[in-house]
Write a protein that binds this ligand. Structure first.
Ligand SMILES: Cc1cc2nc3c(=O)[nH]c(=O)nc-3n(C[C@H](O)[C@H](O)[C@H](O)COP(=O)(O)OP(=O)(O)OC[C@H]3O[C@@H](n4cnc5c(N)ncnc54)[C@H](O)[C@@H]3O)c2cc1C
Length: 464
């Protein structure tokens, strides 16, 4: 039987373990923190659970427009609040439950779980060090490294877990920060800024770029900036944080301009570093790039034969869904099953702000740069009947198609449940459907997905 050893139990590692068992391999998975990895324990799952509470607060606070009364009166947004200790207890409970469910599934499928640290030896086998210090060498025909990433910290803004926080530490807070400074306006910073603002913090978001979400569609980022401004969330654009310090009753963040921003807490969201330092990579002949990310090809092979890598430690695209697919691809390849190399142009992703921003395929940047020749249309959600019923005024469907073939090339959806609405468009991009095929598919009336069909109709070109 082929033996597979996997280091790291996040989506890259555990999804690979399930595939390897399905293909009949003998599988050992080593993880130091618990099944599910950072995705389940500290990153995706807890942050989206926090956002679920924040969204209920936003809905309650804005429900006056739908005629809702609370205690016989028009709801006063300032009277809606949360018990953050209870919110965080719930989040940590569901995180543990999710990790346990993954552990049960892995054990049920016959995966051997080892709690400890793994590193690769020069002979290509894996050495596991358990928490009690005992070591075990695990012979392997194929190895998968899926050790993920950790928050980057600035030397002059070291987290203390109380006032200066990483995104992993916020679930220990018992009270909503009075004034939260969020450093970093990428996806993580934008999500937490919006969530804590909804939960009752006064939030200032420090963005080193002129606009928030510099990596996203510019029209989408503009909608979010408008919504944040309307809600009173302060954004400091073109501002770079140099240092964060504790004061007697809070924190100060000093910007490179010399300006000092005062708050009760600061959340540092300035990117991630790969967990690749202690893996024995160089000695084993496994190359990394300048940032320490493991170099892989599109079937997850590293530069050493028989050793694969998946997920955030490769830096290919830091998403749980991509980590999982890289891990599965690695096992399909290693164990001789049919395999299609990783294709990033069909990855869908979401920024879980309120409204959500979901994206798939080619982008406005690609269109502007001439990467493809195409047409684009933007259909605002405001005229959509369902959006009106739900008092949702912000957002749009933006659709790109290739000129000539009219094949759907990409899409952006900004609005409620965009993370769910993007799926039909992901199928359209993946399956190379034309705008006419998308337009001729029935949608429910009334529905937000009606705006997807509408955008496709607007890209129709009458035949000669
Ligand atoms: C705040 C936040 C929110 C996010 N939300 C989303 C989202 O909504 N959707 C999405 O798709 N992505 C999201 N992401 C990204 C997502 O979390 C990552 O892409 C995903 O976790 C990567 O999975 P992975 O398997 O590579 O690594 P991880 O999930 O990081 O798991 C790696 C595991 O390996 C363990 N490990 C490390 N070194 C060793 C070692 N030497 N020996 C043994 N074990 C080791 C770690 O302890 C960890 O348990 C979010 C990220 C952040 C920071």
């Amino acid at each position: 039987m082929t033996s597979v050893v996997i280091v790291g139990g996040g989506p890259g590692g555990y999804e690979a373990a399930l595939v390897a068992r399905q293909l009949g391999a003998d599988v050992t998975l080593i993880d130091r923190d618990g099944p599910g990895g950072s995705a389940v324990l500290t990153d995706c799952v807890p942050s989206k659970a926090l956002i679920a509470t924040a969204n209920v607060i936003t809905a309650a606070a804005t429900s006056a427009g739908l005629g809702v009364l609370i205690d016989g009166r028009t709801p006063d947004p300032s009277l809606v609040s949360v018990d953050l200790a209870a919110v965080n207890r719930r989040i940590l409970g569901l995180v543990r439950a999710q990790s346990d469910d993954i552990r049960d599934r892995l054990l049920h499928e016959g995966v051997v779980l080892v709690q400890g640290r793994g590193r690769i030896g020069v002979d290509g086998n894996v050495v596991a060090t358990r928490s009690d210090g005992s070591q075990q060498t695990l012979p392997a025909d194929a190895v998968l490294l899926a050790t993920g990433a950790r928050p980057r910290v600035l030397p002059d803004a070291l987290p203390d877990g109380e006032r200066i926080l990483t995104w992993e530490q916020v679930y220990d807070l018992d009270e909503v920060p009075e004034r939260l400074i969020v450093v970093g306006s990428g996806v993580t910073g934008a999500e937490f800024a919006g969530a804590y603002h909804a939960l009752g913090s006064r939030v200032v978001l420090i963005s080193s770029r002129e606009h928030v979400l510099p990596g996203e569609d510019p029209d989408a980022a503009r909608v979010l900036e408008d919504v944040y401004a309307r809600r009173g969330l302060e954004v400091l654009g073109s501002s770079r944080a140099a240092a964060a310090r504790r004061t007697d009753d809070g924190v100060t963040v000093t910007l490179t301009s010399g300006q000092v921003v005062h708050g009760s807490h600061v959340l540092m969201a300035v990117g991630s570093l790969p967990n690749t330092d202690d893996l024995g990579l160089a000695a084993a002949g496994i190359e990394t790039d300048g940032g320490g990310f493991i170099r892989v090809d599109r079937v997850s092979r590293t530069t050493r034969r028989g050793v694969y890598a998946a997920g955030d430690c490769t830096g290919v695209l830091m998403l749980a869904s991509v980590a999982a697919m890289q891990g599965r691809i690695a096992m399909w390849h290693a164990l001789g099953d049919a395999v299609t190399p990783l294709e990033l142009t069909t990855v869908s992703s979401t920024v879980f702000t309120n409204p959500e921003i979901a994206t798939v395929g080619l982008t406005q940047r690609d269109l502007d740069a001439g990467t493809f020749r195409g047409d684009v249309v933007i259909v605002p959600l405001a005229p959509n009947a369902r959006a009106k019923m739900e008092e949702q005024h912000d957002g749009f469907v933006k659709l790109f198609c290739r000129r000539g073939s009219r094949i759907v090339a990409g899409a952006v959806i900004v609005g409620p449940h965009a993370s769910e609405l993007i799926h039909p468009l992901t199928i359209a991009v993946e399956q190379r459907l034309t705008v006419d095929q998308l337009a001729s598919t029935f949608t429910v009336y009334p529905s937000l997905s009606g705006s997807i069909a509408e955008s496709a109709r607007r890209l129709h070109i009458a035949s000669d």
